[in-house]
Ligand binder design. Structure first.
Ligand SMILES: [Zn+2]
Length: 389
């Protein structure tokens, strides 16, 4: 199964097995700045930087594509300034693929005093209180100025647990905005993905899947999850949406999911691409992910521990430093703590995705699920009350 547009080519190299034991699949998404093996995780560079890391360090974690936030870059330093300075890749010196989100999530979750009408959304900047307006056309123009490999259609996300009428209204508006985003998009070296909404209601989720899949997008985002829903509710929503896309040759991207346990279950249900601030955010709080769980480096017991955070980990932290040293850095609030911890958690996450891909390619993914679940640990993103912003 393959899909080709001027700016995106997706080829499923290992389709799901015929026996229905899993919908997990592996493939290659080729974009203007390079190829991305799926299933894949995208570290988030909110302000045109993956916090605390240089581009070389981002690469060293195993990342092949990053996400950057349209809303944040529009407000500061401004998309027109980035365009004048040669575009986002040159501005941040990242040569690999970049996906920009639509800004919809941040407008709804960060912008104060927002007013949403059929034409667009008016909001106050969370930085200085100034008033701004995003329409589908403007969100696309901002992303074309940034020059990302993948732009995303402007949408109106709502919390998964919102009342049905609220979800229905936002989902229908998202569909109208998807059509306008497509019409506004002109840049031939940039792909554009559309977003499925529909909340947790099976009928709304199915209708949104059919509507967005019928439009000529280059990829399909599954939005409105990784919020306040339970893992079971998320699984149920994926079990509605993904089977409707079974014969669709485009890549599937679940927005905002980031814990290894959650990533594994979503891959099993047929998702190809993910992003989240979670691994980096919890790292800066001193939570280091290791096989089977996590270590809290703020805990006193690590102050005398000479072992690396993870014995076999190839990251900058584990190659050179002990748990005792990192625990000291966190207590002293030294800047190096945030950099080293972020390198480790991203390396752990991207290595976990590589293990998943290897398992799918070997044809042993269903049999490997118990071991992969053990390695992921039991902490899910929603259970830890962490989410994307
Ligand atoms: Zn490490």
């Amino acid at each position: 199964m393959s899909f080709v547009s001027p700016a995106a080519r997706y080829e499923v190299t290992v389709p799901p097995p015929e026996d229905g034991s899993t919908r997990a699949r592996s493939g290659v998404l080729t974009l203007t700045h390079g190829a991305v093996e799926t299933p894949q995780f995208m570290p988030v560079g909110t302000n045109a930087t993956v916090k605390a890391l240089t581009p070389a360090e981002i690469s060293e974690t195993g990342a092949s594509i990053i996400l950057s936030n349209t809303y944040h870059l529009y407000l500061r330093p401004g998309h027109e300034r980035i365009e004048r300075l040669g575009g986002l890749h040159r501005f941040m010196d990242w040569d690999g693929p970049i996906l920009t989100d639509s800004g919809g999530f941040q407008v709804v979750s960060l912008g104060d005093l927002r007013v949403i009408d059929d034409d667009g959304a008016t909001f106050r900047s969370h930085i200085d209180g100034s008033v701004h307006r995003f329409t589908p056309e403007h969100a696309i123009a901002v992303q074309e100025a940034l020059g990302s490999d993948v732009a995303v259609a402007f949408d109106q996300p709502v919390f998964p647990s919102s009342p049905r009428a609220v979800v229905a209204d936002a989902t229908e508006r998202t569909h109208r905005w998807a059509e306008r985003s497509l019409r506004a998009h002109t840049r031939p070296d940039q792909a554009i993905f559309g977003i499925i909404q529909g909340g947790l209601d099976p009928e709304l989720r199915a209708a949104s899947t059919r509507t967005i899949a019928a439009m000529p997008f280059d990829g399909i985002c599954i939005g409105g999850l990784a919020g306040d829903e339970t893992p079971e509710q998320r699984d149920a929503a994926l079990d509605v949406a993904v089977p409707l896309l079974a014969d669709d040759p485009r890549v599937r991207y679940l927005m905002g999911l980031g814990s290894p346990a959650d990533l594994l279950e979503a891959v099993h249900r047929g998702v190809d691409l993910f992003d989240s601030v979670l691994p980096a955010r919890v790292a800066r709080n001193g939570q280091l992910w290791v096989p089977g769980g996590r270590l809290n480096l703020r805990n006193q017991r690590f102050l005398d521990d000479p072992a690396p955070v993870q014995e076999d980990c190839p990251c900058l932290l584990c190659r050179h430093f002990s748990r005792a040293y990192l625990a000291h850095l966190f207590r002293a609030r030294e800047l190096l703590a945030y950099r080293l911890a972020t390198c480790h958690n991203l390396t752990f996450t991207l290595d976990f995705m590589a293990r998943i891909r290897a398992s799918i390619r070997a044809g042993t993914f269903p049999a490997d699920m118990p071991d992969l679940r053990l390695r992921a640990g039991r902490v899910s993103g929603s259970a830890a009350s962490e989410k994307s912003a």
